[in-house]
Design a protein around this ligand. Sequence first.
Ligand code: SAH
Length: 394
Amino acid sequence: MTSISAPVPPTPVLPASVAPDAGTAADLAPRKVDLIGLSRAELVTEMARMQLPRFRADQLWHWIYHKGVTDFSAMTTLAKPVRANLSGYYTIGRLAVSSRQESQDGTIKWLFRLADGHEIETVFIPEDDRGTLCISSQVGCTLNCRFCHTGTQRLVRNLTAGEIVGQLMAVFDDLADWPSGRDNRYVTSIVMMGMGEPLYNYDNVRTALKIIMDEAGIALSRRRITLSTTGIIPQMQACGEELAVNLAVSLHAVTDALRDELVPINRKYPIAEVLAACRAYPRATNARRITFEYVMLKGVNDSQADAEALVKLIAGIPAKVNLIPFNPWPGSLYETSDAATIEAFARVVMRAGYASPVRKPRGRDILAACGQLKSASERQRRGAANRRPADAAE
Ligand code: SAH
């Protein structure tokens, strides 16, 4: 009788991606493949290469994404020889934590070091009845929005799907938030609002979000996922059709002249076209409103006239307007609008029938608030570099 419990293949198949190339002895040691970030279908294919049937891949998925297990030997539903064989070829990786800072208001910011040495930031924002994790999609950013510190750092690269999901998984480890699907979890929603423009890295973001939404694993509902974009029109429709997550659009200005200056990608994707894409966004129903993000810059975009123009622009779009008091950073050119100005702006928006919540700045003391990411770590490094010659001179 053939056992269905997947015997160890007589000649274990080397995954193609680790096939050693001819060369030094060091090259001959196969590098293990990290399973984090493979789509469900890719995992099934990978396990088929190990001569394991589909249901084994399903079990593996459950261990990895539901239980948060990182060690094959703990996967008790798999036969011991299978576990041993898998650990010979694969790993279940975690991002390395470079630093972890906790704000006075409970916000936590992690600096993660990637395998190639680059670093990214992830922020957890706890509230009374929920917790939001703000996830990065790129190392740095190409957009150069004038008021955003991440934008002053040139793009280094897109994150892989594994590095995007990896942020969430590392945070689950830190907060003891495994297994997924329990009540009273810390992380109840995620926002793709960290460093980078997620729609410029759409393929990897899509793979990552599909992993995160998969019901047999992390199982976070699309209703609890918001993707924020400056309005990269070619990917907006696909995002709605394939992921159907909540959409947030960084608007920030009501004229193209000003938006060209604040959000330079506006020269390519101007306001009217971005709003047309919002109107066509597959999830734009009253139940699933689009969020327009609007940073409040003193004397720049915060007048009553701006508010009135804003509600005219978005007329007919099921939407809410999230007003974000500008978060300053070292060297920033702008000031935050006064509280009274923000309130007056919010009233105009509200009277037009749109919810207009003011985003409470969180984690400013650790530079974890919107638009402040990566700055602290970069500054520390620059500071260290600047100090070195002086130290040597002493
Ligand atoms: N690139 C995407 C994802 C980043 S989301 C996007 O732009 O939508 C981060 C949000 O914070 C965006 O709305 C961004 O415009 C806003 N932001 C950037 N810098 C800020 C700052 N200094 N103060 C307040 N909000 C800021």
